[in-house]
Design a protein around this ligand. Structure first.
Ligand code: ADP
Length: 397
């Protein structure tokens, strides 16, 4: 049996999940939050119970040390040599990485180069990689990119109609994100349909605080809604999704803001939060809507309509559709969201089974028996994909 650590390092957090592989058993999981503060949080699950500590954690290197020392102290591993490999989530792999990659200096340099396209994410991901590589230098480390699954898009899907030199000089194009999640749920959906991934056409809807849609033809991504950055596409918890870009210049002028300030508003103060003025959380908005709040309803409806528009467009791209898949926080948990979206795309031949949509847990079919296009809920699991790729690329089988 192997022990594989899956890591997701953000700018001030570090999430981890330790697996026993290949049986995919979760040994433990947890998170270090507020890295850089005197009162950082370290939470780990021990025998199913969450144990939380508040302690100073200066940087990611300290976070990694605290975590690994604690694994030994708690007897979760006898010594660190028991960890056979570490998989790291990396947000932006650019055009370089069509698959996950075994990390060496060249891979590190490319992730660093791609920081120009993902200045908030890649440097944080690299900090996590460096910290773990220092403590565990003799095991394979594997980078798993949010962008890789979307690398099969044709040029006509990923190019913007902008001056071509911007693409050549600055690599401006659509990359897409949440690729690990879209890939995971598409593989599961093929399993549920009893077919091979290359036999099915799917539209996968990852709807969480961040949200994106992907069109998957015969197992390969052919289009996705996020772009150069995660700002493009459908409205999200705090992001606007697609807008007329001229709005940016107009708001700079009228409110005396810089372009960066407007982009910050589009990223952090728009979407559910901006339209409703209440919250970025779908649960708060559904509650407010049920109490008669019109703007909460509008914030949600705006997103449902836009998702339905994307599904319609992707249906035409695919030509034939086997199933629409819902995943992530909202996609997995909000029956209202799924019902509203599926009712808007009825014309495709999808019919919701109200009972299945509103009740039930885990992987499930929420369409009626006669529905021409199926609709599934499939809980995502990005960490298991990271662990699997670490075993595969680290040649640990
Ligand atoms: P992130 O993009 O941060 O990973 P998540 O996938 O965790 O986001 O999704 C967060 C969203 O999921 C929030 O809007 C939250 O309201 C929603 N969500 C989580 N659980 C439920 C639930 N039981 N019912 C409705 N919405 C839920």
């Amino acid at each position: 049996m192997l022990k594989i650590m899956a890591v997701n390092a953000g700018s001030s957090s570090l999430k981890f999940k330790l697996y026993e592989m290949p049986n995919e058993f979760v040994i433990t999981e947890g998170v270090v939050e507020r890295i850089g503060k005197e009162d950082a949080y370290y939470t780990i699950k021990v025998n199913g119970e969450k144990v939380k500590q508040v302690l100073p954690i200066k940087d990611h290197a300290v976070a990694v040390k605290v975590l690994l020392d604690d694994l030994v102290d708690k007897g979760i591993v006898k010594d660190l040599n028991e960890i056979n490999g570490v998989g790291h989530r990396v947000v932006q792999g650019g055009s370089y990485f069509k698959d996950s990659a075994l990390i060496d200096q060249e891979v590190i340099d490319k992730i660093d180069e791609m920081s120009s396209l993902a200045p908030l994410h890649n440097p944080a991901n690299l900090t996590g990689i460096n910290a773990f590589m220092k403590v565990l230098p003799n095991v394979p480390h594997v980078a798993v990119f949010d962008t890789s699954f979307h690398q099969t898009m044709e040029k006509e899907a990923y190019m913007y109609a902008l001056p071509y030199e911007w693409f050549e000089k600055y690599k401006i194009r659509k990359y897409g994100f949440h690729g690990t999640s879209h890939k995971y749920v598409s593989l599961k959906a093929a399993e549920v349909l009893g077919k091979k991934p290359e036999e099915v056409n799917l539209i996968t809807c990852h709807i969480g605080n961040g949200a994106s849609i992907a069109a998957i033809k015969e197992g390969k991504c052919v289009d996705t809604s996020m772009g150069l950055t995660p700002l493009e596409g459908i409205p999200m918890g705090t992001r606007s999704g697609d807008i007329d870009p001229a709005i940016i210049e107009m708001m700079c002028r009228t409110e005396n803001l810089t372009a960066s300030e407007v982009i910050d508003i589009l990223n952090k103060k728009s979407g559910y939060l901006g339209v409703s003025g209440i919250s970025n959380d779908s649960r708060d908005l559904e509650k407010a809507m049920n109490e008669g709040n019109e703007r909460a309803k509008l914030a949600l409806d705006l997103q449902y309509k836009r998702i339905a528009d994307y599904i319609g467009a992707y249906f035409l791209t695919l030509g034939r559709l086997d199933a629409i898949v819902f995943t992530a926080g909202i996609g997995e948990n909000s029956a209202h969201t799924r019902k509203e979206i599926l009712n808007r795309v009825k014309a495709l031949g999808v019919e919701v089974d109200t009972d299945a949509n509103e009740n039930g847990k885990g992987i499930r079919d929420i369409s009626t028996k006669d529905s021409k296009v199926k609709a599934f809920v499939i809980p995502t699991d990005e960490e298991i994909m990271i662990a699997r790729d670490t075993v595969r690329l680290g040649k640990l089988q």
